[in-house]
Ligand binder design. Structure first.
Ligand SMILES: Cc1cc2nc3c(=O)[nH]c(=O)nc-3n(C[C@H](O)[C@H](O)[C@H](O)COP(=O)(O)OP(=O)(O)OC[C@H]3O[C@@H](n4cnc5c(N)ncnc54)[C@H](O)[C@@H]3O)c2cc1C
Length: 368
């Protein structure tokens, strides 16, 4: 199904859960990996963003990690994986076996820097081993996730801080904060995980959140809350608005560990500080707190810089995505975007997007 004019028909950017799921369904629909579709990934290894997650995030402490479609053919499932093993290692290992089994021939580390128009087709530019390369294609599936675009909100004095700013994406292990005074910012499960880990390691530990934290009565994410979160994300994605916080729509599950943390007073979020100073933070009542490190568990934004030449952004700040592709350019698909930003969402997106990509290719072929 490649056109004579282009190197390939589909370039999938990103080999996380979303990119691999799309690849699986493209192959099921008859496209040949490495020829009719090409997968490019910036990471040094398999595992998508999971390969970079912190050591203490175990399979058992992550939210549910859903199996990739067709993972059962390899006799693997995250359900039966060792719950005490670091999620980063297990996911990287399972994805590696999956890529090998289905022979996706992912090209890595291929950092896509630009996607541009080249007449009727798209031109994807990437760096591979310090060499710039291009591949021409009819369609692009952007499955780049959010890990590469950490978000830190602005507060007065942010840049003046002489201590360490550490975003979730840079957090490695609790020992890095031994004996330090630490503020954790954010109302989601990452912030809570860090607080639980740092409790007996940091000399002082404070938790702040912009909004009151909504602890669910359930130990698991409540389905209704998830539906609402997905609806909010979907609405924003369709309208081309910046995507809202997932936690805002879901709340935080009150697991046994979390409940115990609440009861012993550890998980009691204060209101945000008013400003940051070189050696600490200033609270609303004017008092000062000396701080060595601020951990920003304040989320991520979709990683879309490389798509800038296509001018897909709406004045509202986001890309308007309806039924899988950009409203402004139907050749560009988004997998794992907005409401699909979970392992289950990414799986569902894979099937839907692969079908639409094939329909688009058939239409283009008929027109050309
Ligand atoms: C801290 C944290 C914990 C989470 N825990 C869970 C959980 O327990 N369960 C759950 O369902 N979801 C969880 N999520 C949501 C998570 O986003 C999804 O689980 C899912 O793994 C995302 O898959 P993805 O393929 O969209 O993105 P990613 O896994 O981020 O994969 C994107 C891939 O694209 C590549 N890439 C990015 N930019 C480029 C570029 N320009 N050129 C080439 N390659 C590029 C990256 O290298 C990466 O391999 C969590 C998210 C975070 C931040």
């Amino acid at each position: 199904m490649t056109t004579a004019k282009t190197d390939t028909s589909v370039v999938v950017i990103g080999a996380g859960q979303a990119g691999l799921s799309v690849s699986y369904y493209l192959q099921r629909l008859g496209l040949d990996a490495g020829n009719e579709f090409v997968v490019l990934d910036r990471g040094p290894s398999t595992g998508g963003a999971w390969q970079f997650r912190w050591e203490a995030l175990r399979i058992g402490s992550a939210h549910r990690i859903n199996d990739l479609p067709g993972l059962d053919a390899l006799g693997l499932s995250f359900e039966t994986a060792d719950h005490h093993a670091p999620a980063k290692d297990v996911v990287a290992d399972y994805y590696r076996q999956y890529e090998d089994h289905y022979k996706f021939q992912v090209v890595r580390p291929a950092d896509v820097t630009l996607v541009d128009n080249s007449g009727d087709d798209l031109k994807v530019t990437f760096m591979l081993d310090d060499e710039q390369k291009t591949v021409s294609t009819v369609t692009v599936v952007n499955a780049t996730g959010t890990w590469g675009a950490p978000f830190v909100p602005w507060y007065p004095g942010l840049r003046s801080f002489a201590g360490r700013h550490v975003h979730t994406s840079e957090y490695s292990k609790a020992a890095d904060f031994a004996g330090q005074s630490v503020v954790v910012v954010g109302g989601g499960t990452s912030a809570i995980g860090f607080l639980l880990e740092l409790e007996n390691v940091a000399s002082e530990l404070m938790w702040v959140s912009r909004r009151p934290v909504d602890f669910l009565d359930d130990g698991e994410l409540n389905l209704e809350a998830r539906v609402e979160a997905v609806r909010l994300q979907d609405e924003a994605a369709r309208a081309g608005r910046a995507l809202p916080s997932i936690v805002k729509g879901t709340g935080v599950p009150r697991t046994r560990r979390v409940q115990a943390g609440i009861e012993r007073g550890l998980l009691d979020a204060k209101k945000m500080f008013q400003s940051i100073e070189p050696t600490g933070v200033r609270w609303e009542d004017g008092t000062f707190q000396r701080v060595d490190a601020i951990i920003w568990s304040t989320g991520f934004r979709p990683e879309l810089r490389h798509l800038a030449p296509l001018k897909l952004r709406e004045p509202e700040g986001g890309v308007s995505v309806a039924s899988g592709n950009a409203v402004r350019d139907p050749r560009v698909f988004f997998a794992g975007y907005g409401p699909q930003a979970s392992t289950i969402g990414a799986n569902r997106a894979g099937r839907m997007i692969a079908r639409q990509v094939v329909a688009t290719l058939s239409r283009f072929q008929a027109e050309r």
